[in-house]
Design a protein around this ligand. Structure first.
Ligand SMILES: NC(=O)c1ccc[n+]([C@@H]2O[C@H](COP(=O)([O-])OP(=O)(O)OC[C@H]3O[C@@H](n4cnc5c(N)ncnc54)[C@H](OP(=O)(O)O)[C@@H]3O)[C@@H](O)[C@H]2O)c1
Length: 264
């Protein structure tokens, strides 16, 4: 699909939840280049504003920012208010990583509840609201970012993996139901990506651990928007299919290996 066609279907406004860095800012860059107007959301106002300034400078398009915690109960309401009156044709829900590895019982319950807000409640509410107007226009799209961790219960990231599993099946349903209204839905499962969030977790992307490039992932995901419901991005199809097909005890043990290697 050409950039012009993409903009016609999904423009003029796009919301990027988690748009200040990593894959989120790469999405913002690609969309602004095509002429999209953007609402970028993240918690830290500094990096958020820096990204917005850079994109306005490069592409002279309108970029709004909303410094907001997506785990807040009123997050969806505030986001919708920030784009009131704008024709929003695309939501990319990118935010969602876990900021630590801890067993379920070692975390305060409210931390786990916030993970559910971040990866379940807020994206589900946004899709529910935004899809109505998109359906009336019979065009639009949702890209929901997920993880291979959603394919098996992941010790140390338990609620994260469970919440991503919700997003995976929610997106499959939405792909079918909203597809009947002319709306495209893609759940993009990422492998390890070299993002600032992963670096803050302590990952060193040198030598053995490479991680995918955020710009490459953003390009692949945008090019795959019509290939829903699921994309195993960054060459992770084989791993994803292997995990899906494993006996569940083996799949969980495989995930233990993954989180251990990340913590080392
Ligand atoms: N990086 C990987 O290796 C990897 C692997 C598999 C899946 N994924 C998925 O890819 C997506 C992006 O991951 P990432 O590594 O870039 O980390 P991330 O922590 O999800 O950060 C991405 C963006 O989201 C914002 N954000 C995070 N939590 C937020 C919150 N509670 N409220 C508002 N904004 C929030 C961040 O800015 P602020 O910090 O300023 O809020 C940043 O702009 C996530 O959905 C993650 O689950 C990543």
């Amino acid at each position: 699909m050409s950039d012009t066609e993409f903009f016609k279907i999904y423009g003029p406004w796009a919301i990027i939840a988690g748009g200040s860095e990593g894959v989120g800012s790469a999405f913002a860059d690609r969309l602004a280049k095509q002429g999209f107007k953007l609402l970028l959301i993240a918690r830290k106002p500094g990096p958020l504003e820096e990204t917005a300034v850079e994109i306005r400078r490069k592409y002279a398009t309108e970029v709004r920012t909303l410094a907001l915690d997506l785990t807040a109960p009123d997050a969806a309401v505030r986001i919708l208010a920030a784009v009131a009156g704008c024709e929003t044709g695309l939501l990319i829900y990118n935010a969602g990583a876990d900021s630590s590895f801890k067993y379920f019982l070692d975390r305060p319950l409210d931390e786990s509840e916030r993970m559910v807000m971040l990866n379940v409640m807020t994206p589900m509410r946004l899709v529910r609201h935004l899809a109505v107007a998109m359906g009336e226009r019979r065009r639009g799209g949702f890209i929901l970012c997920s993880s291979l961790a959603g394919l098996a219960g992941t010790p140390g990231n338990g609620i994260y993996s469970a919440a991503k599993a919700f997003i995976d099946t929610f997106a499959e349903m939405a792909w079918f139901e909203l597809g009947q209204r002319g709306i495209d839905v893609l759940c993009a499962l990422f492998p390890l990506v070299r993002t600032p969030a992963m670096e803050r977790l302590g990952l060193k992307f040198d030598g053995e651990i490479k991680g995918a490039d955020p710009g490459d992932i953003a390009d692949e995901v945008l090019a795959s928007i019509k290939k829903g419901p699921v994309l195993h991005a960054g060459g992770s199809t084989e791993r994803g299919m292997r995990l899906r097909g494993m006996p569940r005890d083996k799949a969980v043990r495989t995930m233990v290996g993954v989180t251990d290697s990340v913590q080392e």
